[in-house]
Design a protein around this ligand. Structure first.
Ligand code: SF4
Ligand code: SF4
Length: 157
């Protein structure tokens, strides 16, 4: 079987979506070290959080052509060890993309597996979608600890 090794290349979408505490960088805004067409200006000395982050696309989810800078969505998974429940985050790179078919498909797919989903819009509060039987309290607390209140939507199906 052929295995294609994926690399970030010129993507950089997570340099906009993600919080980087070491840099006091808020989510949803381009990092000051990211220059258009020139990548990370402190590459090699960039924070550990940046060095270790792997989005779901990089790990093999979805089609090759669905790189986050093209879909304008960053899909992200955090295991349940820290937060009590596994958490799948869908980060919008461009406003409105959470309403795209790709975002909706990912949300339904993950929800159907019984995993808590978090919609991360650019300019609004995040929303947790909680499947039956899941306990999102630690996730809610984790957001609060970084000054973010989340909407919580408990779904039956
Ligand atoms: S969003 Fe994914 S593919 Fe794009 S730079 Fe970040 S880790 Fe790499
Ligand atoms: S430090 Fe570099 S890798 Fe990290 S968010 Fe900024 S531009 Fe991206």
């Amino acid at each position: 079987m052929l295995f294609e090794l994926r690399t970030c290349g010129t993507c950089g979408a997570c340099c906009k979506t993600h919080f980087v505490h070491e840099l006091d960088k808020p989510g949803g805004q381009w990092c000051k070290y990211r220059l258009p067409g020139r990548g990370c200006q402190i590459y090699g000395h960039h924070p550990r959080a940046c060095k270790t982050f792997r989005c779901q696309w990089l790990l093999g989810r979805g089609e090759v052509e669905e790189r986050p800078d093209r879909t304008h969505l960053v899909l992200d998974f955090i295991g349940g060890e820290k937060l009590g429940e596994p958490l799948f985050l869908i980060w919008e790179v461009k406003r409105g993309m959470l309403r795209s078919p790709l975002a909706r498909e990912a949300e339904v797919d993950v929800f159907d597996q019984g995993i808590v989903v978090c919609r991360m819009p650019l300019a609004k509060q995040p929303t947790l979608i909680v499947p039956p039987g899941r306990q999102p309290e630690k996730i809610i607390e984790a957001f609060k600890s970084v000054g973010i209140n989340v909407n919580v939507c408990y779904r039956t199906a």
